[in-house]
Design a protein around this ligand. Structure first.
Ligand SMILES: [Mg+2]
Length: 228
């Protein structure tokens, strides 16, 4: 039996998967569809830094509301999903995702640690990406928003991962302040991920430090240096 010395839990978007051209671009196109306005990625990041905007459907609706355009939630969800998942054989923006881990990284980590996921995605959205990039899947458990009552920054998802690997130390890797708050509430060490070209790098780093991040790295390919 392999003796693993803990659990590394990953957020997906911005940590395992580069989503600037997929999720964040879908927010921009959804907002443009209903309002005619083109918002910047930096504006999205301002909302993400506020905290509480982990759900990109709710965030799209909120941005529209702030632009003076009221759209029912289900209508926003339908438009967002059409753009993101594609329709009538047209590929959606989800196909623009890029897997961040370099070949071998997850295999080396999995030899020393259990790997898990806690994401705000629904399970079917997570599965599309994992089937494409991480098959066979090294993550267990995979906790999605349909598995918890309380989304991030609530620690429920991280507690489920702790319960699945009882008695083992857990680390959580995330790219937003809600990830950091979720980890802090679960009393597990948080490793922040923020890219060197991030439009609000200094602000995000300050937020991570306020939430007592134990390390901050540019991307997950630096993770092995931050672990014991
Ligand atoms: Mg994220």
């Amino acid at each position: 039996m392999v003796n693993r010395r803990g659990v590394i839990a990953f957020d997906m978007d911005g940590v395992l998967v580069e989503v600037g051209d997929s999720y964040r671009e879908t927010i921009i196109q959804t907002v443009r569809h209903f309002s005619g306005a083109t918002i910047t990625r930096d504006r999205i990041q301002v909302y993400k830094n506020e905290g509480g905007w982990n759900n990109d459907w709710a965030l799209s609706q909120k941005i529209l509301r702030d632009l003076g355009v009221e759209v029912p939630y289900e209508t926003v969800v339908d438009q967002f999903n059409q753009l993101f998942l594609g329709e009538n054989g047209n590929p959606g923006l989800i196909t623009r995702e890029r897997w961040i881990a370099q070949p071998g990284l997850l295999e080396r980590l999995a030899a020393r640690f259990h790997l898990a996921i806690f994401t705000g995605r629904l399970r079917y959205e997570a599965d599309v990406t994992l089937k494409r990039f991480a098959d066979p899947c090294p993550f267990d458990p995979i906790i999605c928003s349909d598995h918890v009552v309380n989304p991030k920054p609530h620690p429920e998802g991280l507690r489920a991962i702790q319960a699945a690997h009882r008695g083992q130390p857990v680390w959580y890797l995330g790219d937003t302040v809600d990830d950091a708050r979720s980890a802090r509430a679960a009393r597990i060490p948080f490793i922040g991920v923020v890219a060197p070209d991030h439009s609000r790098r200094a602000e995000v780093m300050r937020l991570f430090e306020q939430e007592r991040a134990v390390a901050i790295i540019d991307d997950i390919n630096q993770l092995e240096r931050a672990l014991p």
